[in-house]
Design a protein around this ligand. Structure first.
Ligand SMILES: [Zn+2]
Length: 141
């Protein structure tokens, strides 16, 4: 008997409840399967999880998903169309400098979107924050 791939969800015939099936090139699915198996630290439970994550990172998806709302003194409000709710991203001069009110995290998709906005970047830079790759790497002194 060969190596068991059960638990990775690639041979499901029926989609999960609330999901739809799409066809992908076999080679691609096999490659993703190997990535998941040899990199368990990445935390992907299935090929589907990997692909969903990849789509969420796609710049077009990202820009369609979010809408910029307002810039306030200490936070920015964005609208997450996927979750159908407003999300506040707070800034502080103390580490970790930025916090998402929804995810309660300092590195999430809302923060990355907020930090990609030119208007927000300009204000933060004026205050002395250093932003790199949509992350704040240093706060103001
Ligand atoms: Zn968030």
């Amino acid at each position: 008997m060969g190596r068991s791939l059960s638990g990775y969800g690639t041979v499901n015939v029926m989609p999960r409840p609330g999901w739809k099936s799409v066809s992908l090139p076999k080679d691609m699915v096999d490659k993703i399967q190997r990535i998941i198996e040899s990199n368990p630290e990445l935390g992907y439970k299935s090929v589907a999880d990997f692909i969903v994550d990849a789509i969420r990172r796609h710049p077009d998806y990202y820009n369609i998903r979010f809408e910029h709302f307002n810039v306030y003194e200490d936070h920015v409000t964005i609208f997450d169309k996927e979750l159908k709710r407003l999300v506040d991203v707070y800034f502080s001069d103390r580490k970790p400098y930025v916090m998402c009110s929804l995810c309660e995290d300092s590195d999430c998709i809302h923060i990355r979107f907020t930090l990609s906005l030119e208007k927000v970047r300009k204000i933060l830079k004026e205050k002395g924050f250093v932003i790199k790759d949509d992350k704040i790497i240093r706060g103001p002194f």
